[in-house]
Design a protein around this ligand. Structure first.
Ligand code: SF4
Length: 709
């Protein structure tokens, strides 16, 4: 399919379309380019977080603007599964009719919306509003539930607010000790590691990971320490470190007295986790536990950072809470040159969780069950508060309801590829097949779009205006560098058109600046208050961190004088380990952990279409220890099958001593028979709704391949 040529424009200062580091870049459309070259040049731009650097995903991001795979007009699927083009008018008329029919016959909650953490703030906000007042459904959630929900729940519980990094990223540059738990930043966001240099130079970079990752390798040659616990034992490890800090009287007593509540109960609860017991559960030697605890308490600038490796578990909220408890007993959060933070992954994983895509939230981190919050937001939207639905279902429950009695029968998907990224994807695929209507907005025929009744082609980042909120809570501008192909539309326009056809109350502007201004008003007085921000402020180059109430200059550093609970105190919440939802370490089984590769982003729907990235990592490889491989009769490069009761995955073995012998690793960027989420569980954290992505028992066997003559 040929795309209409885009009109050339001036260079645009914007940010990378992928991860939450949101590296600054300049895009320059070229008037004429050789065949096969991207029509837009990309350059790294100096910015505090990336200092001009980009990773290979950022460097190659413009390739997708001209991709031959791009969908150029709305597509409708016929009964035989083939797609054919349809006009925007016919597509939207039919979608609106079918949504209306679903509501009339099965109730408003028969329509569901599934959003994404890559959507701009404007789209995320508008999607929440569209669900609540145009569709009147409570059934909206998003793929950020799979990423940040446990850290968010823990942050809210302890601090009263959830901002991934409550300090500018550059603050890490002065630290002498940084404890990184379950994050491989050297691969996921390489420019980030410049901020770890000071800690490395001081020998104080501590990385907790069952694998010897690229980030772990930064601890070598005097850079710090690698703790390599048994998968799933992170919570015990943190309880053990806290035990040592308390037992060795390394706590900050004044801080605990003046800024926290709950210490006594914590001290009692961690009493049972003495170092030798922790060593026996985690495999981390006592001397390393003591060394790290003492180092964190040394008072020379310490930070604790968590990532998905410790959060994507059924006890993810409690594990993140244990990390926060450790930070609080050491007096780190809100203290100069110290702190706790969680490393947001998706491009707008921060802003995407603030403005109403979550099942239980309204814009500004307001709770949908709070009458005052409903009244405020309903006033901005021009509707009666009583007409707003209540709390919906978190992502896994929403997906498990698809096609079920009382569940969702018509689903709109924006910026998400759930048949690759959700846990237990066989069940998700069956749910999608049982729907009356599936509409997917995407640039490509992602694996989810390929199952849709309608695929609506949408603009890519370089073709649109908007804002994103980076991992440090800084609101930044996304700027348009070129016009979109003529058949493609922005999701704000799609929501405007559908709302009109559905006779929705309220106004659905297609203008991002107008939507942002409305978002700012809706967030006013909320925890994530954007009311003092507008495009003019952002375009001035100011460093804009929320909360940013009208008349303020924003908040680069939270918690300096008070936490966000009404009494200003942080909550120390004792937590304890629970049994895994499925037994691990059973005879013959290995523990599967999943994660990321440098070359790919999320479900890979975009990066697998970038030749340079795909050529480098075209397939999933199953990383296993040489001892394990030998016991299975597997050599490097052999085909292996990983299986459990949910499904099986086939991948080539990557035999390396970089992983524990009891563990096998699969990247989660691949589809089909290489999809790691064929194996993962849809058991969820009772507080956050986070699925258990990170520990799954699997059997691994060599696959005998036919040798052809
Ligand atoms: S993917 Fe992340 S680290 Fe890489 S260039 Fe983009 S924003 Fe930066």
């Amino acid at each position: 399919m040929t795309l209409a040529p885009a009109a050339p424009r001036a260079a645009a200062d914007t940010h990378c379309p992928y991860c939450a580091l949101q590296c600054a870049m300049t895009l320059t459309p070229a008037a004429a380019v050789p065949v096969g070259e991207p029509s837009v040049a990309v350059e790294g731009r100096d910015f505090p977080t990336n200092r001009g650097g980009l990773c290979k995903k950022g460097w190659t991001s413009t390739v997708l603007l001209d991709s031959a795979d791009r969908i150029a007009e709305p597509m409708r699927r016929a009964a035989d599964g083939t797609f054919s083009p349809v006009s925007w008018g016919d597509a939207l008329d039919d979608i609106a009719d079918r949504l209306r029919r679903s509501r009339a016959e099965h109730g408003a909650d028969s329509v569901g919306v599934f959003g994404g953490g890559g959507l701009t703030n404007e789209k995320a906000y508008q999607l929440g509003k569209f669900a609540r007042i145009a569709l009147a459904t409570s059934r909206i959630d998003y793929n950020g539930r799979f990423c940040m929900s446990s850290a968010a729940a823990a942050g809210n519980r302890a601090f009263g607010v959830d901002r991934g990094l409550p300090f500018p990223l550059t603050d890490l540059g002065a630290a002498e000790t940084i404890l990184v738990l379950g994050s491989n930043v050297a691969e996921t966001m390489p420019p980030f590691i410049a901020h770890l240099e000071n800690a490395r130079a001081a020998g104080g970079l501590v990385v907790v990971d069952p694998r010897r990752t690229a980030t772990v390798r930064l601890t070598e040659n005097g850079g710090g320490t690698h703790l390599q616990p048994t998968p799933g034992s992170d919570l015990v490890l943190l309880l053990g470190l806290t035990h040592i800090v308390i037992a060795e009287k390394l706590v900050d007593e004044r801080y605990l007295r003046e800024r926290t509540t709950g210490f006594d109960a914590l001290a009692r609860s961690v009493g049972a986790w003495w170092p030798q017991r922790v060593q026996s559960v985690t495999g981390v030697p006592v001397h390393q536990l003591r060394e790290v605890a003492r180092r964190l308490a040394s008072g020379r600038g310490s930070y604790i950072l968590t990532g998905r490796g410790v959060e994507q578990h059924v006890d993810g909220t409690d594990t993140a809470t244990a990390a926060i408890n450790l930070a609080l007993v050491l007096g780190l959060p809100g203290t100069p040159h110290s702190g706790y933070g969680t490393l947001t992954g998706q491009g707008n994983g921060q802003g995407g969780r603030e403005h109403g895509q979550k099942a239980d939230q309204l814009p500004g981190y307001r709770k949908i069950v709070d009458p005052a919050a409903r009244a405020h937001v309903a006033g901005v939207w021009g509707v009666d508060p009583g007409d707003l639905p209540g709390a919906g279902l978190p992502a896994v429950e929403l997906l498990n309801s698809l096609g079920q009695p009382g569940g969702v029968r018509s689903l709109l998907v924006h910026g998400s590829n759930v048949v690759v990224s959700a846990p237990n994807v066989t069940r998700v695929r069956a749910g999608l097949a049982a729907l009356d209507l599936l509409v997917v907005c995407d640039f490509f025929f992602s694996e989810t779009a390929s199952l849709a009744d309608y695929v609506l082609p949408v603009t890519q980042w370089a073709e649109e205006e908007g804002t994103m909120t980076s991992l440090e809570g800084r609101v930044i501008r996304r700027r348009k560098a070129l016009d979109a192909p003529s058949g493609v539309r922005n999701e704000l326009w799609i929501m405007h058109e559908l709302a009109r056809r559905l006779d929705s109350p309220g106004v659905f502007s297609e203008n991002p600046a107008e939507v942002f201004d409305e978002l700012a008003r809706a967030s006013e007085g909320g925890l994530a208050d954007y009311s003092g921000i507008d495009y003019a402020l952002l375009d001035s180059g100011a460093a804009v961190y929320w909360p940013y109430p009208v008349g303020s200059t924003g908040t680069p550093r939270l918690f300096q004088t008070a936490f966000a609970h009404p009494d200003g105190l942080a909550r120390i919440v004792p937590v304890s380990p629970r049994p895994a939802p499925e037994p691990l370490n059973t005879p013959g089984s290995l523990t599967l952990i999943t994660g990321r590769l440098l070359e790919h982003y999320q479900s890979g729907a975009q990066t697998r279409r970038v030749p340079e990235l795909n050529d480098a990592k075209p397939h999933a490889r199953a990383e296993m220890h040489p001892t394990t491989a030998a016991s299975l009769g597997v050599a490097d490069g052999d085909l292996v099958e990983l299986s459990n009761r949910r499904g099986s995955v086939r991948a080539r073995a990557l035999v390396a001593a970089t992983i524990r012998p009891d563990t096998v690793f699969l990247p989660f960027h691949f589809a089909g028979t290489e999809c790691a989420n064929l194996l993962t569980q849809d058991a969820t954290d009772p507080v956050s709704g986070m699925p258990e992505f990170k520990t799954t028992a699997v059997l691994v066997r060599a696959v005998r391949e036919e040798v052809t003559a």
